[in-house]
Design a protein. Structure first.
Length: 78
């Protein structure tokens, strides 16, 4: 692919109104270093972890939710 750059345009607000489901579901942004892509991972139904998969190679990531938590919304997965 050479030196091409890839960009992901994520916008909040604007003209589009999110669906009720996506507005209420909690997610984290993950940079999957395995394929150099970004994706959202969603909180599981029990509220104990954020779970998702790389959209290219399907490598799974699981981030447990601890008692102290964090304010960070974006992470990298190797």
């Amino acid at each position: 692919m050479g030196n091409e750059s890839r960009h992901l345009d994520i916008r909040v607000g604007g003209d589009e109104t999110p669906s009720d489901e996506s507005a209420s579901r909690r997610w984290l942004g993950i940079h999957f270093e395995c394929c150099n892509v970004y994706a959202r991972v969603w909180r599981n139904s029990t509220g104990t972890a954020y779970v998702g998969f790389c959209p290219h190679c399907t490598k799974q990531v699981r981030l447990p939710i601890g008692p102290g938590g964090t304010d960070a919304r974006f992470f990298s997965a190797r």
